[in-house]
Design a protein around this ligand. Structure first.
Ligand SMILES: CC(C)(COP(=O)(O)OP(=O)(O)OC[C@H]1O[C@@H](n2cnc3c(N)ncnc32)[C@H](O)[C@@H]1OP(=O)(O)O)[C@@H](O)C(=O)NCCC(=O)NCCS
Length: 375
């Protein structure tokens, strides 16, 4: 007897697997901890450790983890050379996807799919990804990449690699909180992609390469790069209301709003909004924040649509003086932890992911010979 046919477009509402890494039900929690509390009380490195290793680290575990990350902050010369000659106008997400692919060739354990080997590879990728992003960025600015600093954390080191000077503690904390909030989100499109790839018993690097491709799209991680475009089109506080009403009348999709699962708001957006506003305040210009609030008000009133995390993230990164092309790669710098945790979990209890499709093509028909098909 065949199984009953279940079909939900976009897999909406479908339970496609089990996970103990995070849940959205009852508020986003990573391994049981509410993300609101994690954003308040921990650093990104503690969250990365939690996602990969299952528990928050003790002080000595955190120390050892940070040491391993600092030691893994290196990329092969050949990759560095490649980043220098790739077209400077190439999408930074495409370059990062290529970069992770190249890193696979140099990872000593690339073909080892054991749980512990995958943890070691995940830690190395976590340390290497910011170097790839920063090196390509620096080459694009006609500058040489900067050597990483072992004494700086993930967020602080990344800002240092871009700028060559140390960021302020407020800037580092704001970026760090955004990394905490971006780290993990259950069966989103890119995470599911990573799980599909490794379910064939493919390797961690291949899964992460595929996940980067999925994240790039503007309906997923790519949305954070569209936020500033949208605010610029809105013009400013005086023109924002008319602009958003006209955009809705034209049935435009508003990037940074709406969510497949959250229909009454995304708690992460509320947390990061405070950091975006504080960072904008430091620049002495709150116009984009005010513009954003006007747009939020109209979308809630007219469409019952609420901001997702990408909405404040785009503004925060802008206020930190970061180029738009870096926004989705920053998402990768964080989400590689969630993706890796999912790959490891999938492989620990693997069954190949192979759903069915509802067929909508022609009825069965005979194949005509080439001569019978006419000219
Ligand atoms: C996230 C997203 C892809 C979810 O898609 P989805 O689950 O298929 O969307 P829903 O089923 O909830 O959409 C319900 C309705 O709201 C509309 N809607 C949803 N998000 C919208 C948005 N950002 N702007 C305008 N309208 C939107 C849909 O078009 C749909 O309208 P309809 O019923 O008239 O066709 C979608 O909200 C979107 O494209 N958002 C913008 C991109 C973005 O910010 N992505 C980051 C997500 S974290």
């Amino acid at each position: 007897m065949s199984a009953p046919e279940i079909y939900s477009p976009g897999l909406e509402g479908v339970i496609a697997g089990e996970t103990s890494i995070s849940t959205i039900t009852g508020g986003l929690r990573y391994r049981g901890y509410p993300v609101t509390e994690l954003a308040e009380k921990t650093s990104f490195e503690e969250v990365a450790y939690l996602l990969l290793h299952g528990e928050l680290p003790t002080a000595s575990q955190l120390n050892a983890f940070q040491k391993r990350l600092a030691e893994a902050r290196k990329i092969p010369d050949s990759l560095r050379g490649l980043l220098k000659v790739l077209p400077p106008k190439a999408s930074a997400m495409d370059v990062l996807r290529t970069g992770v692919s190249v890193l696979a060739h140099y990872d000593p354990e690339v073909e080892n799919n054991d749980h512990d080997a995958n943890l070691r590879k995940a830690e190395r990728l976590l340390a290497q990804i910011p170097l790839v992003v920063a090196a390509f960025y620096r080459f694009g600015q006609r500058q040489e990449p900067i050597a990483p600093r072992a004494d700086l954390g993930h967020a602080a080191n990344f800002l240092y690699l871009l700028r060559g000077t140390e960021a302020t503690p407020d800037q580092v904390r704001a970026l760090d909180v955004s990394l905490i909030l971006y780290a993990e989100h259950e069966f989103n499109a890119s995470t599911f992609t990573a799980r599909v790839v490794c379910s064939t018993e493919s390797d961690l690097h291949s899964s992460i390469v595929a996940a980067i491709g999925a994240l790039k799209g503007r309906l997923h991680g790519g949305a954070n790069e569209k936020v500033m475009d949208l605010l610029r089109q809105a013009g400013g506080p005086e023109t924002a209301e008319k602009w958003i009403r006209d955009a809705l009348a034209r049935k435009e999709k508003i990037m940074g709003f709406g969510h497949r699962v959250y229909k009454t708001g995304d708690v992460r957006a509320g947390i990061l909004k405070k950091f975006a506003r504080a960072a904008a305040d430091k620049t002495g210009n709150l116009d984009w924040e005010t513009t954003a609030e006007i747009i939020e008000g109209v979308l809630e009133q007219e469409k019952n649509l609420f901001p997702n995390l990408d909405w404040p993230a785009g503004r925060l990164y802008h206020a930190l003086g970061l180029e738009v092309s870096l926004y989705t790669p920053i998402f990768v710098m964080s989400r590689v932890t969630g993706w890796s945790a999912h790959v490891i979990e999938q492989l620990d209890h693997n069954r190949i992911i192979r759903p069915r499709a509802r067929y909508t093509g022609p009825e069965v028909r005979p194949v005509k010979s080439l001569a019978e098909r006419g000219t």
